[in-house]
Design a protein around this ligand. Structure first.
Ligand SMILES: [Zn+2]
Length: 215
């Protein structure tokens, strides 16, 4: 999920220019249309009680570097070309918007094999954007509260519950990516056409308007 908080972006971009990118592995973000964005990602093979593989942990680190470099709210593995069920969320940014008490994490959190259970199906609108659909921001209605069961980076099974807000919208947005669903898919046919038309209009300028690598 993308942010349109320009101050936040400006600070991160200055940090990147100052050389904080040293030792970072920033992967290019796939821009719609791309078949990987619309393909369901596969569960990561994990035996209860075991650690995640070194290869997966390295991939999660690369996703973290990519999320920082792109100043995104969240990132799903599909968006960097991998079909593994892994998402990352920038909890600090969500807490700035939602308030600390609503966001159950600090920093950037990685969720492996996240599973959503709806706790409150009241639909709440929230403005969403997506690193894979640059410059398009639209209101999407999603359930007000969900429970997420997932594996953390230590290989432990965990769960949390969300309350309506950016974090709730972001976690559902990122898990949608793992199912090959892009946020305009949740809009009316009219709104969806508007979203894709807007991206089409922006496409020729993406090289000049995006601060992150993309393909
Ligand atoms: Zn997205």
């Amino acid at each position: 999920m993308a942010t349109h908080n320009t101050l936040h972006n400006a600070l991160l971009q200055s940090a990147l220019k100052l050389g904080i990118t040293y030792n970072m592995t920033v992967k290019p973000i796939l821009i719609h249309p791309n078949p990987i964005l619309t393909t369901r990602a596969e569960e990561v093979h994990h035996v209860a009680g075991e650690k995640l593989s070194g290869k997966l942990l390295t991939f999660i680190e690369d996703m973290k570097d990519t999320l920082i470099a792109s100043a995104g709210v969240g990132l799903a593995a599909n968006q960097v070309g991998s079909l593994e069920r892994v998402i990352l969320l920038n909890a600090n940014y969500c807490a700035e918007v939602d308030g600390q008490s609503i966001v159950p994490f600090e920093g950037i959190v990685a969720l492996v094999n996240p599973v959503v259970t709806i706790l409150d199906d009241t639909l709440m609108p929230h403005r969403e954007g997506c690193l894979s659909i640059p410059h398009v921001f639209m209101d999407v209605e999603r359930p007000a509260s969900v429970q997420i069961d997932y594996i953390d980076v230590d290989g432990k099974a965990r769960q949390f519950k969300t309350q309506a807000g950016l974090f709730n919208a972001a976690v559902q947005h990122e898990i949608d990516h793992l199912d090959g669903i892009m946020f305009p898919d949740n809009l009316s046919a009219f709104q969806r056409r508007r979203a894709w038309k807007k991206l089409e209009k922006e496409r020729a300028q993406l090289a000049e308007t995006l601060n992150y690598p993309f393909v």
